[in-house]
Design a protein around this ligand. Structure first.
Ligand SMILES: NC(=O)c1ccc[n+]([C@@H]2O[C@H](COP(=O)([O-])OP(=O)(O)OC[C@H]3O[C@@H](n4cnc5c(N)ncnc54)[C@H](O)[C@@H]3O)[C@@H](O)[C@H]2O)c1
Length: 421
Protein backbone atom coordinates (compact mmCIF):
# COMPACT_ATOMS: atom_id res chain seq x y z
CA UNK A 1 0.00 0.00 0.00
CA UNK A 2 1.24 3.40 -0.94
CA UNK A 3 1.16 6.00 1.89
CA UNK A 4 -1.23 9.05 1.09
CA UNK A 5 0.38 11.42 3.56
CA UNK A 6 3.07 13.18 1.38
CA UNK A 7 0.85 13.14 -1.76
CA UNK A 8 -2.01 14.79 0.09
CA UNK A 9 0.33 17.35 1.49
CA UNK A 10 1.66 18.07 -2.03
CA UNK A 11 -1.87 18.47 -3.48
CA UNK A 12 -2.97 20.69 -0.61
CA UNK A 13 0.09 22.87 -1.13
CA UNK A 14 -0.67 23.19 -4.90
CA UNK A 15 -4.35 24.03 -4.21
CA UNK A 16 -3.40 26.68 -1.72
CA UNK A 17 -1.16 28.34 -4.25
CA UNK A 18 -3.94 28.14 -6.86
CA UNK A 19 -6.38 29.52 -4.43
CA UNK A 20 -4.05 32.40 -3.70
CA UNK A 21 -3.50 32.96 -7.40
CA UNK A 22 -7.22 32.73 -8.09
CA UNK A 23 -7.97 35.06 -5.26
CA UNK A 24 -5.30 37.46 -6.55
CA UNK A 25 -6.82 37.32 -10.02
CA UNK A 26 -10.32 37.84 -8.63
CA UNK A 27 -9.09 40.85 -6.69
CA UNK A 28 -7.47 42.37 -9.78
CA UNK A 29 -10.67 41.68 -11.78
CA UNK A 30 -12.72 43.34 -9.07
CA UNK A 31 -10.49 46.38 -8.94
CA UNK A 32 -10.57 46.58 -12.77
CA UNK A 33 -14.36 46.39 -12.83
CA UNK A 34 -14.71 49.00 -10.07
CA UNK A 35 -12.32 51.26 -11.98
CA UNK A 36 -14.26 50.64 -15.22
CA UNK A 37 -17.54 51.52 -13.52
CA UNK A 38 -15.96 54.58 -12.03
CA UNK A 39 -14.65 55.69 -15.43
CA UNK A 40 -18.07 54.99 -17.01
CA UNK A 41 -19.85 56.93 -14.35
CA UNK A 42 -17.41 59.82 -14.82
CA UNK A 43 -18.13 59.98 -18.53
CA UNK A 44 -21.88 59.67 -17.91
CA UNK A 45 -21.62 62.43 -15.36
CA UNK A 46 -19.64 64.57 -17.79
CA UNK A 47 -22.33 64.06 -20.46
CA UNK A 48 -25.00 64.87 -17.89
CA UNK A 49 -23.09 67.94 -16.78
CA UNK A 50 -22.88 69.11 -20.38
CA UNK A 51 -26.63 68.64 -20.82
CA UNK A 52 -27.39 70.51 -17.59
CA UNK A 53 -25.01 73.27 -18.62
CA UNK A 54 -26.71 73.67 -22.01
CA UNK A 55 -30.13 73.72 -20.28
CA UNK A 56 -28.93 76.43 -17.89
CA UNK A 57 -27.51 78.37 -20.84
CA UNK A 58 -30.91 78.13 -22.59
CA UNK A 59 -32.66 79.54 -19.54
CA UNK A 60 -30.09 82.23 -18.88
CA UNK A 61 -29.76 83.58 -22.46
CA UNK A 62 -33.08 85.49 -22.44
CA UNK A 63 -32.31 86.79 -18.95
CA UNK A 64 -28.99 88.06 -20.23
CA UNK A 65 -30.88 89.91 -23.04
CA UNK A 66 -33.25 91.39 -20.46
CA UNK A 67 -30.37 92.62 -18.35
CA UNK A 68 -28.86 94.20 -21.46
CA UNK A 69 -32.22 95.96 -22.15
CA UNK A 70 -32.39 97.14 -18.55
CA UNK A 71 -28.83 98.45 -18.75
CA UNK A 72 -29.79 100.26 -21.94
CA UNK A 73 -32.83 101.80 -20.26
CA UNK A 74 -30.64 103.10 -17.43
CA UNK A 75 -28.39 104.82 -19.90
CA UNK A 76 -31.34 105.83 -22.17
CA UNK A 77 -31.00 109.21 -23.78
CA UNK A 78 -33.95 111.45 -23.03
CA UNK A 79 -34.80 114.43 -25.19
CA UNK A 80 -32.63 117.37 -24.11
CA UNK A 81 -33.92 119.10 -20.98
CA UNK A 82 -33.02 122.63 -19.87
CA UNK A 83 -31.70 123.14 -16.37
CA UNK A 84 -33.89 125.41 -14.24
CA UNK A 85 -32.95 126.72 -10.82
CA UNK A 86 -35.09 125.71 -7.83
CA UNK A 87 -36.78 129.13 -8.01
CA UNK A 88 -37.80 128.84 -11.67
CA UNK A 89 -38.57 125.11 -11.75
CA UNK A 90 -42.28 124.42 -11.28
CA UNK A 91 -44.09 121.27 -10.20
CA UNK A 92 -46.71 120.86 -12.89
CA UNK A 93 -49.66 118.48 -13.04
CA UNK A 94 -51.14 117.66 -16.45
CA UNK A 95 -54.42 115.75 -16.27
CA UNK A 96 -55.02 113.87 -19.52
CA UNK A 97 -51.27 114.18 -20.16
CA UNK A 98 -51.07 110.86 -22.03
CA UNK A 99 -53.51 112.08 -24.67
CA UNK A 100 -52.87 113.86 -27.97
CA UNK A 101 -52.51 117.49 -26.76
CA UNK A 102 -51.40 116.53 -23.22
CA UNK A 103 -48.41 114.50 -24.41
CA UNK A 104 -47.11 117.39 -26.55
CA UNK A 105 -47.59 119.74 -23.59
CA UNK A 106 -45.66 117.23 -21.44
CA UNK A 107 -42.79 117.31 -23.97
CA UNK A 108 -42.67 121.12 -23.97
CA UNK A 109 -42.78 121.50 -20.16
CA UNK A 110 -40.24 118.71 -19.61
CA UNK A 111 -37.85 120.19 -22.18
CA UNK A 112 -38.29 123.59 -20.52
CA UNK A 113 -36.90 121.99 -17.33
CA UNK A 114 -40.01 121.64 -15.14
CA UNK A 115 -41.11 118.70 -13.01
CA UNK A 116 -44.14 117.13 -14.70
CA UNK A 117 -46.68 114.74 -13.25
CA UNK A 118 -49.05 113.19 -15.78
CA UNK A 119 -52.35 111.86 -14.48
CA UNK A 120 -54.41 109.80 -16.90
CA UNK A 121 -56.96 106.98 -16.81
CA UNK A 122 -55.91 105.90 -20.36
CA UNK A 123 -59.45 106.07 -21.72
CA UNK A 124 -58.23 107.67 -24.94
CA UNK A 125 -54.61 108.30 -23.93
CA UNK A 126 -51.70 105.91 -24.32
CA UNK A 127 -48.56 105.20 -22.37
CA UNK A 128 -46.72 105.16 -25.71
CA UNK A 129 -47.33 108.91 -26.02
CA UNK A 130 -45.13 109.69 -23.01
CA UNK A 131 -42.97 106.55 -22.73
CA UNK A 132 -39.87 108.47 -23.82
CA UNK A 133 -39.94 110.26 -20.42
CA UNK A 134 -40.49 107.22 -18.22
CA UNK A 135 -37.63 106.94 -15.74
CA UNK A 136 -36.60 110.61 -16.06
CA UNK A 137 -36.08 112.21 -12.65
CA UNK A 138 -38.40 115.14 -13.51
CA UNK A 139 -41.24 112.93 -14.75
CA UNK A 140 -43.99 110.96 -13.06
CA UNK A 141 -46.89 109.04 -14.65
CA UNK A 142 -49.92 108.19 -12.49
CA UNK A 143 -52.79 105.98 -13.60
CA UNK A 144 -55.70 107.83 -11.99
CA UNK A 145 -59.23 108.86 -12.85
CA UNK A 146 -59.89 112.54 -12.09
CA UNK A 147 -63.41 111.65 -11.00
CA UNK A 148 -61.65 110.46 -7.83
CA UNK A 149 -59.90 113.05 -5.61
CA UNK A 150 -56.14 113.42 -5.98
CA UNK A 151 -53.71 114.53 -3.27
CA UNK A 152 -50.46 115.86 -4.65
CA UNK A 153 -48.31 118.98 -4.19
CA UNK A 154 -48.07 121.12 -7.33
CA UNK A 155 -47.70 124.75 -8.45
CA UNK A 156 -49.67 124.59 -11.71
CA UNK A 157 -52.42 122.33 -13.07
CA UNK A 158 -53.19 121.96 -16.76
CA UNK A 159 -56.57 120.29 -16.62
CA UNK A 160 -57.01 118.50 -19.97
CA UNK A 161 -58.62 115.22 -18.87
CA UNK A 162 -61.68 114.66 -21.06
CA UNK A 163 -62.32 112.76 -24.25
CA UNK A 164 -62.22 115.32 -27.06
CA UNK A 165 -63.35 113.78 -30.33
CA UNK A 166 -67.06 113.12 -30.94
CA UNK A 167 -66.87 109.28 -31.20
CA UNK A 168 -64.94 109.21 -27.93
CA UNK A 169 -67.07 111.59 -25.87
CA UNK A 170 -70.32 110.12 -27.21
CA UNK A 171 -69.17 106.59 -26.34
CA UNK A 172 -70.15 107.07 -22.68
CA UNK A 173 -71.92 110.43 -22.27
CA UNK A 174 -72.45 109.98 -18.51
CA UNK A 175 -68.74 109.37 -17.97
CA UNK A 176 -67.94 112.41 -20.15
CA UNK A 177 -70.22 114.50 -17.92
CA UNK A 178 -68.67 113.09 -14.73
CA UNK A 179 -65.14 113.76 -15.99
CA UNK A 180 -65.94 117.35 -16.91
CA UNK A 181 -67.96 118.12 -13.78
CA UNK A 182 -66.75 115.99 -10.84
CA UNK A 183 -63.26 115.77 -12.36
CA UNK A 184 -63.04 119.56 -12.69
CA UNK A 185 -64.38 120.07 -9.13
CA UNK A 186 -61.71 117.70 -7.84
CA UNK A 187 -58.94 119.56 -9.66
CA UNK A 188 -60.23 122.96 -8.51
CA UNK A 189 -60.38 121.58 -4.95
CA UNK A 190 -56.76 120.47 -5.30
CA UNK A 191 -55.77 123.88 -6.71
CA UNK A 192 -57.43 125.58 -3.73
CA UNK A 193 -55.79 123.26 -1.19
CA UNK A 194 -52.22 123.64 -2.50
CA UNK A 195 -52.54 127.21 -3.86
CA UNK A 196 -51.91 126.12 -7.47
CA UNK A 197 -53.01 127.93 -10.62
CA UNK A 198 -55.37 125.89 -12.82
CA UNK A 199 -55.76 126.12 -16.60
CA UNK A 200 -58.91 124.52 -18.00
CA UNK A 201 -58.75 123.10 -21.53
CA UNK A 202 -62.17 124.30 -22.67
CA UNK A 203 -63.38 124.16 -26.24
CA UNK A 204 -64.85 126.12 -29.13
CA UNK A 205 -67.82 123.76 -28.69
CA UNK A 206 -69.00 126.03 -25.84
CA UNK A 207 -70.17 128.29 -28.70
CA UNK A 208 -72.34 125.40 -29.97
CA UNK A 209 -73.75 125.91 -33.47
CA UNK A 210 -72.69 129.57 -33.59
CA UNK A 211 -74.79 132.36 -35.08
CA UNK A 212 -71.80 134.75 -35.29
CA UNK A 213 -68.63 134.34 -37.35
CA UNK A 214 -65.88 134.36 -36.40
CA UNK A 215 -66.57 133.62 -32.72
CA UNK A 216 -65.01 135.92 -30.13
CA UNK A 217 -64.85 135.27 -26.39
CA UNK A 218 -67.82 137.54 -25.64
CA UNK A 219 -70.21 135.35 -27.60
CA UNK A 220 -72.34 133.28 -25.19
CA UNK A 221 -72.97 130.45 -27.61
CA UNK A 222 -75.86 128.53 -29.08
CA UNK A 223 -75.87 125.06 -27.52
CA UNK A 224 -78.56 122.42 -27.57
CA UNK A 225 -78.58 121.18 -23.93
CA UNK A 226 -80.14 117.83 -24.80
CA UNK A 227 -78.46 117.05 -28.13
CA UNK A 228 -75.93 114.22 -28.69
CA UNK A 229 -73.00 116.61 -28.12
CA UNK A 230 -74.44 118.13 -24.93
CA UNK A 231 -72.46 115.83 -22.62
CA UNK A 232 -69.29 117.48 -23.93
CA UNK A 233 -70.48 121.01 -24.78
CA UNK A 234 -72.46 121.49 -21.57
CA UNK A 235 -69.83 119.59 -19.57
CA UNK A 236 -67.20 122.13 -20.68
CA UNK A 237 -69.57 125.06 -20.15
CA UNK A 238 -70.25 124.07 -16.55
CA UNK A 239 -66.52 123.36 -16.06
CA UNK A 240 -65.89 127.02 -17.01
CA UNK A 241 -68.62 128.10 -14.57
CA UNK A 242 -66.93 126.08 -11.80
CA UNK A 243 -63.57 127.76 -12.52
CA UNK A 244 -65.03 131.23 -12.08
CA UNK A 245 -66.99 130.19 -8.96
CA UNK A 246 -63.74 128.95 -7.36
CA UNK A 247 -61.97 132.11 -8.49
CA UNK A 248 -64.60 134.43 -7.00
CA UNK A 249 -65.43 132.47 -3.87
CA UNK A 250 -62.08 130.85 -3.00
CA UNK A 251 -59.56 133.08 -4.72
CA UNK A 252 -58.21 130.22 -6.92
CA UNK A 253 -56.20 131.52 -9.90
CA UNK A 254 -57.79 130.17 -13.08
CA UNK A 255 -57.05 130.34 -16.81
CA UNK A 256 -59.54 129.18 -19.46
CA UNK A 257 -58.41 128.25 -22.99
CA UNK A 258 -61.17 127.78 -25.57
CA UNK A 259 -59.41 125.43 -27.93
CA UNK A 260 -60.41 125.16 -31.61
CA UNK A 261 -59.78 122.16 -33.90
CA UNK A 262 -56.21 120.95 -33.55
CA UNK A 263 -54.27 118.32 -35.48
CA UNK A 264 -50.84 116.67 -35.48
CA UNK A 265 -48.96 113.50 -34.59
CA UNK A 266 -50.48 111.35 -31.81
CA UNK A 267 -54.03 112.41 -32.68
CA UNK A 268 -56.52 109.56 -32.70
CA UNK A 269 -56.91 107.43 -35.80
CA UNK A 270 -60.67 107.41 -35.27
CA UNK A 271 -60.80 111.07 -34.32
CA UNK A 272 -63.61 111.42 -36.84
CA UNK A 273 -62.60 114.88 -38.03
CA UNK A 274 -61.90 115.80 -41.61
CA UNK A 275 -58.07 115.92 -41.43
CA UNK A 276 -57.61 112.46 -39.92
CA UNK A 277 -60.37 110.98 -42.09
CA UNK A 278 -58.79 112.27 -45.31
CA UNK A 279 -55.25 111.24 -44.32
CA UNK A 280 -56.36 107.71 -43.43
CA UNK A 281 -58.42 107.36 -46.60
CA UNK A 282 -55.56 108.65 -48.79
CA UNK A 283 -52.99 106.38 -47.12
CA UNK A 284 -55.22 103.32 -47.52
CA UNK A 285 -56.07 104.08 -51.16
CA UNK A 286 -59.73 104.64 -50.37
CA UNK A 287 -61.88 107.43 -51.84
CA UNK A 288 -61.73 110.73 -49.92
CA UNK A 289 -65.36 111.31 -48.99
CA UNK A 290 -66.59 114.90 -49.28
CA UNK A 291 -70.13 115.63 -48.12
CA UNK A 292 -71.82 118.21 -50.35
CA UNK A 293 -69.86 120.30 -52.88
CA UNK A 294 -66.91 120.69 -50.47
CA UNK A 295 -67.21 124.48 -50.23
CA UNK A 296 -67.75 124.43 -46.44
CA UNK A 297 -64.71 125.84 -44.63
CA UNK A 298 -62.73 124.59 -41.64
CA UNK A 299 -59.72 125.96 -39.75
CA UNK A 300 -57.16 123.71 -38.03
CA UNK A 301 -54.21 124.64 -35.85
CA UNK A 302 -51.06 122.55 -35.55
CA UNK A 303 -50.55 121.06 -32.09
CA UNK A 304 -47.25 122.86 -31.29
CA UNK A 305 -48.98 126.22 -31.84
CA UNK A 306 -51.68 125.23 -29.38
CA UNK A 307 -49.13 124.07 -26.79
CA UNK A 308 -47.27 127.40 -27.00
CA UNK A 309 -50.60 129.20 -26.56
CA UNK A 310 -51.51 127.11 -23.48
CA UNK A 311 -48.17 127.81 -21.81
CA UNK A 312 -48.38 131.54 -22.66
CA UNK A 313 -51.90 131.71 -21.20
CA UNK A 314 -50.97 129.80 -18.03
CA UNK A 315 -48.11 132.21 -17.34
CA UNK A 316 -50.06 135.35 -18.22
CA UNK A 317 -52.29 137.39 -15.95
CA UNK A 318 -55.36 136.88 -18.20
CA UNK A 319 -58.02 135.13 -16.14
CA UNK A 320 -60.93 135.49 -18.61
CA UNK A 321 -61.44 132.90 -21.41
CA UNK A 322 -59.12 133.09 -24.44
CA UNK A 323 -59.64 131.49 -27.87
CA UNK A 324 -56.70 129.44 -29.16
CA UNK A 325 -57.07 128.37 -32.79
CA UNK A 326 -55.92 129.01 -36.32
CA UNK A 327 -58.19 131.43 -38.19
CA UNK A 328 -56.83 130.37 -41.63
CA UNK A 329 -59.86 128.88 -43.38
CA UNK A 330 -59.76 126.25 -46.09
CA UNK A 331 -62.60 124.59 -47.92
CA UNK A 332 -63.16 120.89 -47.35
CA UNK A 333 -62.32 120.31 -51.02
CA UNK A 334 -58.99 122.16 -50.62
CA UNK A 335 -58.15 119.91 -47.66
CA UNK A 336 -58.99 116.81 -49.70
CA UNK A 337 -56.87 117.90 -52.69
CA UNK A 338 -53.91 119.01 -50.57
CA UNK A 339 -53.85 115.82 -48.49
CA UNK A 340 -54.15 113.66 -51.62
CA UNK A 341 -51.18 115.52 -53.13
CA UNK A 342 -49.03 115.37 -49.99
CA UNK A 343 -49.69 111.64 -49.49
CA UNK A 344 -49.05 111.01 -53.20
CA UNK A 345 -52.24 109.00 -53.26
CA UNK A 346 -54.19 107.82 -56.28
CA UNK A 347 -57.45 107.92 -54.29
CA UNK A 348 -60.38 109.59 -55.99
CA UNK A 349 -62.42 112.32 -54.31
CA UNK A 350 -65.96 111.09 -53.86
CA UNK A 351 -68.78 113.60 -53.49
CA UNK A 352 -71.65 112.40 -51.31
CA UNK A 353 -74.87 114.27 -50.64
CA UNK A 354 -74.68 117.09 -48.15
CA UNK A 355 -75.24 116.37 -44.45
CA UNK A 356 -78.15 118.28 -42.95
CA UNK A 357 -76.45 119.92 -39.96
CA UNK A 358 -73.02 120.49 -41.50
CA UNK A 359 -71.94 124.02 -40.50
CA UNK A 360 -70.76 126.13 -43.44
CA UNK A 361 -68.10 127.98 -41.51
CA UNK A 362 -65.89 127.50 -38.46
CA UNK A 363 -63.34 130.14 -37.57
CA UNK A 364 -61.90 131.51 -34.32
CA UNK A 365 -61.42 135.17 -33.56
CA UNK A 366 -57.96 135.24 -31.94
CA UNK A 367 -57.49 139.00 -31.55
CA UNK A 368 -57.55 138.66 -27.73
CA UNK A 369 -54.75 136.04 -27.70
CA UNK A 370 -52.68 138.18 -30.08
CA UNK A 371 -53.15 141.31 -28.02
CA UNK A 372 -52.83 139.92 -24.48
CA UNK A 373 -50.53 136.93 -24.97
CA UNK A 374 -48.61 138.01 -28.06
CA UNK A 375 -49.57 134.59 -29.44
CA UNK A 376 -50.62 133.47 -32.91
CA UNK A 377 -50.22 130.24 -34.89
CA UNK A 378 -47.02 130.05 -36.93
CA UNK A 379 -46.87 126.52 -38.39
CA UNK A 380 -47.87 126.51 -42.09
CA UNK A 381 -50.68 124.06 -42.95
CA UNK A 382 -48.56 121.97 -45.37
CA UNK A 383 -45.74 121.56 -42.84
CA UNK A 384 -48.18 120.42 -40.16
CA UNK A 385 -49.98 118.08 -42.55
CA UNK A 386 -46.71 116.45 -43.61
CA UNK A 387 -45.87 115.68 -39.97
CA UNK A 388 -49.35 114.27 -39.34
CA UNK A 389 -49.18 112.15 -42.53
CA UNK A 390 -45.78 110.76 -41.49
CA UNK A 391 -47.22 109.82 -38.08
CA UNK A 392 -50.34 108.17 -39.55
CA UNK A 393 -48.25 106.20 -42.03
CA UNK A 394 -46.12 104.82 -39.18
CA UNK A 395 -49.22 104.08 -37.10
CA UNK A 396 -50.79 102.10 -39.96
CA UNK A 397 -47.58 100.06 -40.29
CA UNK A 398 -47.51 99.50 -36.53
CA UNK A 399 -51.14 98.49 -36.39
CA UNK A 400 -50.89 96.28 -39.47
CA UNK A 401 -48.27 94.29 -37.58
CA UNK A 402 -50.80 93.97 -34.79
CA UNK A 403 -53.55 92.98 -37.24
CA UNK A 404 -55.65 96.04 -36.46
CA UNK A 405 -56.38 98.85 -38.91
CA UNK A 406 -59.04 101.30 -37.76
CA UNK A 407 -61.37 102.81 -40.31
CA UNK A 408 -62.52 106.39 -39.90
CA UNK A 409 -65.81 106.31 -38.07
CA UNK A 410 -68.60 108.81 -38.70
CA UNK A 411 -68.08 111.59 -36.20
CA UNK A 412 -71.68 112.41 -35.65
CA UNK A 413 -74.86 110.85 -36.87
CA UNK A 414 -78.04 112.77 -37.37
CA UNK A 415 -80.92 111.25 -39.24
CA UNK A 416 -78.51 108.57 -40.39
CA UNK A 417 -76.10 111.05 -41.97
CA UNK A 418 -72.44 111.93 -41.42
CA UNK A 419 -71.06 115.46 -41.21
CA UNK A 420 -67.63 117.08 -41.40
CA UNK A 421 -66.16 118.15 -38.09
N1 LIG B 1 -57.90 118.18 -29.91
C1 LIG B 1 -58.72 119.16 -30.15
O1 LIG B 1 -58.94 119.55 -31.31
C2 LIG B 1 -59.41 119.87 -29.02
C3 LIG B 1 -60.30 120.89 -29.29
C4 LIG B 1 -60.95 121.51 -28.26
C5 LIG B 1 -60.69 121.17 -26.94
N2 LIG B 1 -59.80 120.18 -26.67
C6 LIG B 1 -59.61 119.80 -25.25
O2 LIG B 1 -58.25 119.53 -25.00
C7 LIG B 1 -58.13 118.45 -24.07
C8 LIG B 1 -57.23 117.37 -24.64
O3 LIG B 1 -57.80 116.90 -25.84
P1 LIG B 1 -57.08 115.82 -26.77
O4 LIG B 1 -57.39 116.14 -28.17
O5 LIG B 1 -55.66 115.68 -26.36
O6 LIG B 1 -57.90 114.53 -26.38
P2 LIG B 1 -57.40 113.08 -25.96
O7 LIG B 1 -58.60 112.23 -25.91
O8 LIG B 1 -56.26 112.67 -26.80
O9 LIG B 1 -56.84 113.35 -24.49
C9 LIG B 1 -57.63 113.36 -23.37
C10 LIG B 1 -56.90 112.61 -22.27
O10 LIG B 1 -57.68 112.62 -21.09
C11 LIG B 1 -57.68 111.32 -20.52
N3 LIG B 1 -58.90 111.17 -19.73
C12 LIG B 1 -60.18 111.14 -20.14
N4 LIG B 1 -61.01 111.00 -19.10
C13 LIG B 1 -60.24 110.96 -17.99
C14 LIG B 1 -60.49 110.80 -16.61
N5 LIG B 1 -61.74 110.67 -16.14
N6 LIG B 1 -59.45 110.77 -15.73
C15 LIG B 1 -58.18 110.88 -16.19
N7 LIG B 1 -57.87 111.02 -17.49
C16 LIG B 1 -58.88 111.06 -18.38
C17 LIG B 1 -57.65 110.39 -21.73
O11 LIG B 1 -57.24 109.10 -21.43
C18 LIG B 1 -56.69 111.14 -22.63
O12 LIG B 1 -55.36 110.79 -22.34
C19 LIG B 1 -59.55 117.96 -23.78
O13 LIG B 1 -60.00 118.51 -22.57
C20 LIG B 1 -60.37 118.52 -24.93
O14 LIG B 1 -61.68 118.78 -24.54
C21 LIG B 1 -59.17 119.51 -27.68
Amino acid sequence: MVSKGPLLRLLTAINRRRMKLLMGLAFVAYVASVWGNFVNMRSLQENGDQKVESKIEEAVAPLREKIKDLEKSFTQKYPPVKFLSEKDRKRILITGGAGFVGSHLTDKLMMDGHEVTVVDNFFTGRKRNVEHWIGHENFELINHDVVEPLYIEVDQIYHLASPASPPNYMYNPIKTLKTNTIGTLNMLGLAKRVGARLLLASTSEVYGDPEVHPQNEDYWGHVNPIGPRACYDEGKRVAETMCYAYMKQEGVEVRVARIFNTFGPRMHMNDGRVVSNFILQALQGEPLTVYGPGTQTRAFQYVSDLVNGLVALMNSNVSSPVNLGNPEEHTILEFAQLIKKLVGSGSEIQFLSEAQDDPQKRKPDIRKAKLLLGWEPVVPLEEGLNKAIHYFRKELEYQANNQYIPKPKPARMKKGRTRHN
